[in-house]
Structures are given as structure tokens and as C-alpha cells.
Write a protein that binds this ligand. Structure first.
Ligand code: NAP
Length: 188
């Protein structure tokens, strides 16, 4: 499967590595081209790099590995390119303020991915997953699962059954046991 990754940071890079090791065609992107270069190097030549727009157009699935507050910025920069796409949302409502992590209140009593669905637009086919592990843990557990060791559970949620079905093999191929958690209103 072709996977476009927006955000080549702490989470996007190990996730892209796991998926490229599993044989998926990964294209990293970031606001900073130097991070894209570092990400493709970390993937041992198994992944490509490009701009966020290229990654969006490339991906059968697009992973939003940018900060929670960056979602509206990405939407504005991509000018509608995400519409109709299957989009993975691993974002947690956490921001950095003066070097400290702060938990943000999600407006409207929504779950985090319900809110991000609202930000991305109704035409985006959102699946919530890969939000429950720290990046190093993700890489370690996923690599162990890919090598035939015991597999950690990876929950996923969504309101679009077709999108969930498409993302399920990515979770499994990344080395995890995919656990259907229900709809976005049920999501962590
Ligand atoms: N790290 C974790 O432990 C963890 C665990 C679970 C889920 N998550 C979630 O995963 C997401 C990514 O977290 P992270 O820790 O990987 O963050 P990160 O290390 O800051 O990486 C995010 C990357 O996205 C880039 N970016 C920001 N705005 C962009 C834009 N408009 N277009 C393209 N790239 C853009 C950032 O560039 P700049 O730095 O230049 O802004 C940065 O390189 C977050 O939503 C987070 O909640 C993280």
C-alpha cells in the first residue's frame, strides 16, 4: 500500500520505518526538508521523501503525524487535497508551552479524533490509531511483532467501515494485533 506521512518527527519516523520494513511504499514529508532527508536515511533507503502535498497525493493512506494544533494549518496548506483520503489520526491533544507539555481541552465535549474530523472536514475518511504508544515503544514492539515475537495490541477507531478495513492491514503489518475499538465517539 502507498502511505504518505505528514510530519517526519518523533512518531512519524518510526511508524514509517515499520511500514517500509513491512514492504509498504512510504513517502515522508515535513515542513522542514532536512527532517525528510533524515527520515529517509533512517528507513535505510526503503522510503522516499517529498513535500506534504506530494505525500498526500501519493498515499492510499495518509498519516497525520503532526502536532494536534497543526491540523488546521495542514488543512489550509493542502487546499482540499485531503478530501476523500483515508487519513490516520494519531494526534493527542497535547501542546508544548515554554518547553513544557500541556494537555489541551478538546472543544465541544468531543473526543480528540471527533474534533480532528471536524477540523479536517467531513470528506476525510478518518481512522484513529497509533496514538497509544510512545515512539520508541512503538518501534520496539512493532519490530518484535514483525519478527514473529509476541504482538502488542493496537486499538483503532473510526466511523467509516471501509477506511477501517483499509487501515487494518497497516496495523497488522506494523507488527501489532489490531483491536477494533468502535467508532470515533468511543476513541481514546
Ligand atoms: N511523541 C509521542 O510520544 C506521541 C505518541 C503518540 C501520539 N503522538 C502524536 O503524534 C503526532 C506527532 O507527534 P511527534 O511527537 O512526532 O511530534 P514532532 O516530533 O514535533 O513531529 C511533528 C513534525 O511535524 C512537522 N510539522 C508541523 N507542522 C507541519 C505542517 N504544517 N506541514 C508539515 N509538517 C509539519 C513538525 O515540524 P516543526 O517542528 O518544524 O513544527 C515536526 O517535524 C502528535 O499529534 C502527537 O500527539 C505522539
Amino acid at each position: 500500500m502507498r502511505v504518505g506521512i505528514l510530519g517526519a518527527g518523533r512518531l512519524g519516523v518510526p511508524l514509517g520505518r515499520l511500514l517500509s520494513m513491512a514492504g509498504h511504499d512510504v513517502l515522508f514529508s515535513d515542513a522542514d526538508p532536512a527532517r525528510v532527508e533524515a527520515a529517509t536515511l533512517a528507513a535505510d533507503g526503503l522510503a522516499q521523501g517529498g513535500t506534504p502535498l506530494e505525500a498526500t497525493r501519493y498515499g492510499d493512506v495518509v498519516i497525520m503525524a503532526v502536532g494536534w494544533e497543526a491540523f488546521p494549518v495542514v488543512v489550509a496548506e493542502l487546499g482540499g487535497a485531503l478530501t476523500g483520503k483515508i487519513v490516520v489520526d494519531p494526534s493527542n491533544p497535547i501542546a508544548e508551552r515554554d518547553g513544557l507539555s500541556v494537555v489541551l481541552a478538546v472543544p465541544g465535549g468531543l473526543t480528540s479524533p471527533q474534533y480532528q474530523q471536524h477540523v479536517l472536514g467531513a470528506g476525510v475518511r478518518l481512522v484513529r490509531t497509533f496514538n497509544t504508544k510512545y515512539p520508541r515503544e512503538l518501534l520496539k514492539l512493532g519490530t518484535a511483532g514483525q519478527r514473529g515475537g509476541s504482538r502488542a495490541d493496537m486499538p483503532y477507531w473510526g466511523d467509516d467501515d471501509g477506511a477501517k478495513k483499509a487501515v487494518l492491514p497497516l496495523i497488522e503489518d506494523a507488527g501489532f494485533t489490531a483491536i477494533d475499538g468502535g467508532g470515533l465517539s468511543d476513541a481514546l
